[in-house]
Ligand binder design. Structure first.
Ligand SMILES: Cc1cc2nc3c(=O)[nH]c(=O)nc-3n(C[C@H](O)[C@H](O)[C@H](O)COP(=O)(O)OP(=O)(O)OC[C@H]3O[C@@H](n4cnc5c(N)ncnc54)[C@H](O)[C@@H]3O)c2cc1C
Length: 412
C-alpha cells in the first residue's frame, strides 16, 4: 500500500488534537507527510490538570526535537514519596537514583504547556479546531481513506485515530470490540496557586482513596485524588466539598491545598480502561493511538506517555512514500503488547491503591516499607521496564542520516 495522493506530499489526517494526536501530527510532518489535525473542541485549552512525563515519553519527544523544551518548562521530580493519611512516610523517592535507573528525570508540567508546545511545532493551518470528524471509509491498498466533517469529506493516505477514550474511530474499525469498562473509581484534579509553604511532593494512600500533591515549575500546585465510587456520580454539594469530606483530615499540605482550591474549577472523571485488547491498532489506512487504542487507569501516570510513544513509533513506520500496509502492521505488532502490558499493570496498581480492608492495607503498607528499606534500586525496579523504553530512532536528524547512508551504499 503506497501513498495515493494526487499531488504534493501524501496526506495524513489526524482525528483528535490531544496529547497523542498533536505528537503524531508533529512527528508525521517531520517524516514528510502533509498533515491536517481535526479537533472537535473550539480551542485547545486543557484546564485544571498537570501531567507527569517519565523518561520514556521524554525520549519520544527528543525524536521530534521537543524534549529539551519540555524539560525546561517542567518541574523535575524532587525528594518526596508515599505516605499514609496521618503523614507517616511509607517510602521516600530518591530523584538521583530514579534518574540513574531510568536514564533521565521524571518531570511534571501543566497540560496546557505540553499542548501549546506541541501545537506551536505544527505548520500554520495544520490544526483545525471546531471540526468534529468521523470515519467514512478506512481505505485500502487501492483507495484512500475518507474522513467526514461538516465541511465535507477529506481523502487521506493515512488516518490517525487519536480521538480519546470514547473513540468513534475505534468503534468504526472494530465494531465487535466491547470498548471500555469502568475501573470502579473516580478521580479529581485541580491546579491551585502556590500556598507559599514548601512541601515534599507526595502520594498518600488511605482506605479506598488516594491523594497526590506535586509542584509545577511556575509555583502553582497540581493535586489529584481518587476514590472508589459508583459510576457516573456527582457530588451533591460540589466536588470541592466532596474532597474536603474525603481528604480534609489528612496530613499537611492537603488541607492547605483544599483551602487554596476555593473558587478554582475541580475536574472529576470516572476511570475507564479498555476492556480487552483490540485485535490490532490499525485497519486499512487507519491507525489508532493513545486512549483510543488502550485507555488505562492513571495509576502509573502512563496514559499520555504511551500516547506519545505510539505517535513516535507510528511516524517511524509510516513511510509517506511506500509500504504503508507493512508499516502499520509493524506499528501494531510493536505497540499492542507493550501498551496492553501497561494497561494490566496499571489495573493491578489500582487494586493496591484502592484497598479498603484494614488487614490488607496493613500487609500492603508493611511490604512497601520493607521494599523501600532495601534501597532505591529495588523500589525502582518495577517501573524500570516502562521508563527505560527507547524509541526506534534517536532523532529524525539521525534517521535522515541513516537513510542517506543506506541510499549511498545501494547506489552502485
Ligand atoms: C486523573 C488522571 C490523571 C492522569 N495523569 C496522567 C499523567 O500524569 N501522565 C500521563 O501520561 N497520563 C495521565 N493520564 C492519562 C492521560 O490523560 C490520557 O491517557 C491522555 O490524555 C490520552 O491522550 P489522547 O491524545 O489519546 O486522548 P485525549 O487527550 O482524550 O484527546 C482526544 C482528543 O480528541 C478529540 N476528539 C474526540 N472525538 C473527536 C472527533 N470525533 N473529532 C475531532 N476530535 C475529536 C477530543 O476533543 C480530544 O481533544 C491521567 C488521566 C487521569 C484521568
Amino acid at each position: 500500500m503506497d501513498g495515493c495522493s494526487g499531488n504534493g506530499a501524501p496526506r495524513a489526517v489526524v482525528v483528535g488534537g490531544g496529547i497523542g494526536g498533536l505528537t503524531a501530527a508533529v512527528a508525521l510532518v517531520r517524516r514528510g507527510w502533509r498533515v491536517t489535525v481535526l479537533e472537535r473542541a473550539a480551542e485547545l485549552k486543557p484546564v485544571g490538570s498537570g501531567i507527569g512525563l517519565a523518561p520514556n515519553a521524554q525520549r519520544a519527544l527528543d525524536v521530534i526535537g521537543l524534549g529539551d523544551a519540555i524539560r525546561a518548562l517542567a518541574a523535575w521530580q524532587g525528594e518526596g514519596g508515599l505516605r499514609t493519611p496521618s503523614g507517616r512516610w511509607l517510602s521516600r523517592t530518591d530523584p538521583q537514583a530514579a534518574a540513574k535507573a531510568f536514564g533521565g528525570p521524571m518531570v511534571l508540567l501543566h497540560r496546557a504547556t505540553l499542548i501549546d508546545t506541541l501545537a506551536a511545532a505544527l505548520p500554520e493551518g495544520a490544526l483545525r479546531t471546531g471540526e468534529s470528524a468521523e470515519l467514512a471509509d478506512p481505505g485500502a491498498a487501492d483507495r484512500p481513506a475518507v474522513v467526514r466533517t461538516a465541511d465535507g469529506d477529506i481523502e487521506a493516505d493515512l488516518v490517525v485515530g487519536a480521538d480519546g477514550i470514547n473513540s468513534a474511530l475505534r468503534k468504526a474499525l472494530f465494531p465487535a470490540h466491547p470498548g471500555t469498562a469502568y475501573s470502579g473509581f473516580t478521580t479529581w484534579r485541580v491546579v491551585v496557586p502556590g500556598h507559599g509553604r514548601p512541601f515534599a511532593p507526595h502520594e498518600t494512600w488511605g482506605p479506598g482513596r488516594i491523594w497526590g500533591t506535586q509542584p509545577l515549575k511556575d509555583g502553582r500546585v497540581y493535586a489529584y485524588a481518587a476514590a472508589r465510587a459508583p459510576q457516573g456520580g456527582q457530588a451533591p454539594d460540589g466536588e470541592l466539598a466532596e474532597l474536603h469530606k474525603l481528604f480534609g483530615a489528612w496530613h499537611d499540605p492537603i488541607p492547605a491545598v483544599l483551602e487554596a482550591a476555593e473558587g478554582v474549577p475541580v475536574l472529576r472523571n470516572d476511570v475507564h480502561r479498555i476492556a480487552e485488547a483490540l485485535p490490532a491498532y490499525h485497519r486499512g489506512r487507519v491507525a489508532l493511538i493513545g486512549d483510543a487504542a488502550h485507555a488505562m487507569a492513571p495509576t502509573l501516570g502512563q496514559g499520555g506517555n504511551q500516547a506519545i510513544e505510539d505517535a513516535i513509533v507510528l511516524a517511524h513506520h509510516a513511510d509517506p512514500y511506500g509500504g504503508l500496509a507493512t508499516g502499520l502492521a509493524h506499528y501494531s505488532a510493536e505497540r499492542l503488547p507493550r501498551t496492553m502490558g501497561i494497561v494490566r499493570k496499571a489495573e493491578r496498581t489500582a487494586r493496591l491503591n484502592m484497598l479498603r480492608n484494614p488487614a490488607g492495607i496493613a500487609v500492603r503498607n508493611a511490604l512497601i516499607s520493607a521494599v523501600s528499606a532495601l534501597g532505591p534500586a529495588v523500589a525502582l525496579r518495577s517501573f524500570a521496564d516502562i521508563a527505560t523504553w527507547q524509541p526506534p530512532v534517536r532523532t529524525y536528524a539521525d534517521q535522515a542520516r541513516k537513510q542517506d547512508t543506506a541510499r549511498r551504499q545501494e547506489t552502485p
